[in-house]
Design a binder for this molecule. Structure first.
Ligand SMILES: [Zn+2]
Length: 185
C-alpha cells in the first residue's frame, strides 16, 4: 500500500498483480505520447497600417511595433548526439523560418487593404516603397490569420517528431493581441 501511495503521489498509474507469493505493484509512468509539448518563439517587427472603415483613430495612417509569437507542438527529438536532441525544434530555426516566410517581408512595410484605393494609389506613387497589399483589412485578427496560413506549411519536422504549428499570436500593442489557433476538432 505504501508503494501505491507513493505512485499516486507521483501522478503515475498503478496496477496490482497477484501471484502465489506476492502482490506486485506495477508503476506505469506516463508515456511521452500522453504529454503535449509546445514551444513558442517571439519576434518583433515595425509596420504601418490603417483600418479604412474604422470610425475612430484607426482610420488614420499610423504604425505599430508588432510582435508575433509562433507556437509549435511536437515530440521531443531523442536522437542521440545531434544538435536538436531534447528539442522540438531549435529556436533559431523557428526564427529563421518566420523571418524568411513573413517577418522580413512585413518589417518596415506598410500593410494596406487592397480596397483602400486612396492609400494604395499614394503608396504606389512612392518609388521603391515597401508595401504589402492584403486581401483583407490589416486588423490584428486578420494579420494573425494570414500569418498562420503563411507559416503553417513552412514548419515541417525533419526528425519525424510530428512538429506542427499550433498558434500564431499577433500583438498590435502590448495590451491588444489576436490568436489564430489550429482547430483540432
Ligand atoms: Zn493600428
Amino acid at each position: 500500500m505504501q508503494m501505491q501511495e507513493e505512485a499516486r503521489k507521483a501522478g503515475s498509474a498503478t496496477r496490482l498483480t497477484a501471484c502465489d507469493c506476492c502482490i506486485q505493484v506495477i508503476i506505469r509512468t506516463p508515456t511521452q505520447h500522453a504529454l503535449i509539448m509546445q514551444i513558442t518563439r517571439r519576434l518583433e517587427f515595425d509596420a504601418g497600417h490603417r483600418i479604412p472603415s474604422h470610425t475612430s483613430q484607426c482610420r488614420h495612417l499610423h504604425g505599430h511595433r508588432y510582435a508575433i509569437e509562433i507556437t509549435l507542438s511536437g515530440e521531443i527529438i531523442t536522437t542521440d548526439g545531434i544538435s536538436e536532441q531534447g528539442m522540438i525544434m531549435d529556436y533559431s530555426e523557428v526564427k529563421r523560418i518566420a523571418k524568411e516566410q513573413l517577418v522580413d517581408a512585413w518589417d518596415h512595410a506598410f500593410l494596406v487593404y487592397r480596397n483602400d484605393k486612396a492609400v494604395l494609389d499614394f503608396l504606389n506613387s512612392l518609388p521603391n516603397h515597401k508595401t504589402v497589399v492584403l486581401e483583407v483589412p490589416p486588423t490584428a485578427e486578420n494579420l494573425a490569420m494570414l500569418a498562420f496560413k503563411l507559416l503553417d506549411s513552412a514548419y515541417r519536422h525533419s526528425y519525424g517528431n510530428n512538429l506542427q504549428l499550433e498558434r500564431v499570436r499577433i500583438y498590435e500593442t502590448p495590451n491588444n493581441w489576436a490568436d489564430c489557433l489550429r482547430n483540432s476538432s
